[in-house]
Design a binder for this molecule. Structure first.
Ligand code: AHM
Ligand code: MG
Length: 320
């Protein structure tokens, strides 16, 4: 079943449907630019600029942001915000929905041909001025999802009735239903963390990972494997498919004191998808969806995945 048909059968909110369809059109366009080496934008070594926060912006980051914004202008959306722009864009209309996006997550992986993606979060403006609407908690999201530009182009989507996966049929330029009820296994023996930062970790993370590594010989009593792509959408796809726990905790580096990943366009959409698939997402203390938002670009620790293992990490955080 195609995405449009699925939405019209299962989601009564026609405005929301239109926004999701336009996001899928943007993703289809972005994926084509990524895959086509015969264009200036994709050639290695083209100049890189920095965004307002000092992150390297590749031409593809900027192009993806522009493509998304263009398609949001043609959807019932009143405001758009993204990782690539400091403030939000007021689309100057009376529509109710707002969209926050990470247009190209994991873009440091473009040159090495590893999966990257687009993450999005959709909320109602709820009659708030836009500057307040963008600071609503993750629990207010109406829909969330991410596209993965990998060997296959996939979409993980939720509009509050479970988490669903679609894959792109490139001949027809249509997303087709792959799985209408993703269920993340409760238990897992696979963790994902950038272990090169271990010297900066807090006690809870250090002890938790040490116990995973001790495997059968340690308190957890089972062996663990480790996977880390370094691209949130790719690590998350794996977890939606076969379970696991992903950890990007806060650490002692000055710029990572509040974590590295962004709350509004990385942690919140991931947390809604995870919850709808039976998993859990936390900052170590609080459910991600309940964390207060003070800034569009606020960072947050993010730990998510199989519920039993995430609960165990929370236990380590609260008891150390
Ligand atoms: P980006 O949004 O600037 O691409 O950064 C987000 C990425 C995630 O995809 C990934 O999980 C993380 O940053 C990797 O960080 P690190 O390079 O510190 O391991
Ligand atoms: Mg990102």
């Amino acid at each position: 079943m195609y995405l449009s048909e699925y939405l019209s059968k299962n989601c009564e909110d026609t405005s929301l449907n239109k926004v999701i369809i336009n996001l899928s059109i943007a993703a289809n366009k972005i994926s084509k630019v990524i895959r086509n080496l015969n264009n200036d934008i994709n050639i290695k070594g083209v100049s890189k600029t920095k965004n307002f926060d000092g992150d390297i912006q590749k031409p593809l980051d900027i192009l993806s942001d522009e493509m998304l914004m263009e398609l949001m202008r043609n959807a019932p959306v009143s405001g758009y915000a993204s990782e690539e722009q400091e403030g939000f864009v007021d689309l100057k209309n009376d529509h109710d929905l707002i969209v926050i996006a990470d247009p190209l997550d994991g873009s440091s992986n473009i040159d090495v041909n590893v999966s990257i993606g687009t993450i999005f979060s959709i909320m109602s403006q709820n009659n708030l001025p836009l500057e307040h609407a963008f600071l609503q908690k993750g629990s207010k999201q109406k829909a969330a999802g991410f596209f993965v530009y990998g060997p296959q182009i996939t979409l993980f989507l939720t509009f509050g009735k479970g988490t669903i996966a679609f894959g792109l049929d490139e001949n027809k330029s249509e997303f087709i239903l792959i799985n209408d009820k993703i269920k993340i296994p409760k238990s897992t023996s696979e963790f994902a963390i950038n272990a090169s930062y271990s010297r900066f970790w807090d006690k809870a993370t250090s002890n938790y990972i040490k116990d995973c590594q001790e495997g059968k010989d340690g308190p957890k009593g089972k062996d663990f494997g480790m996977r880390w792509v370094g691209s949130l959408v790719a690590d998350a796809s794996r977890i939606f498919n076969r379970g696991g726990i992903f950890l990007y905790p806060s650490d002692k580096r000055l710029k990572n004191k509040q974590g590295r990943l962004r709350l509004t366009y990385e942690a919140n959409p991931l947390a809604m998808l995870i919850k709808e698939a039976g998993g859990k997402a936390t900052n170590g203390i609080k459910d991600i969806l309940d964390v207060e938002v003070e800034d569009i670009h606020q960072r947050s620790p993010l730990i998510f995945g199989s519920s039993e293992e995430v609960e165990e990490f929370i236990y380590y955080s609260k008891n150390l």
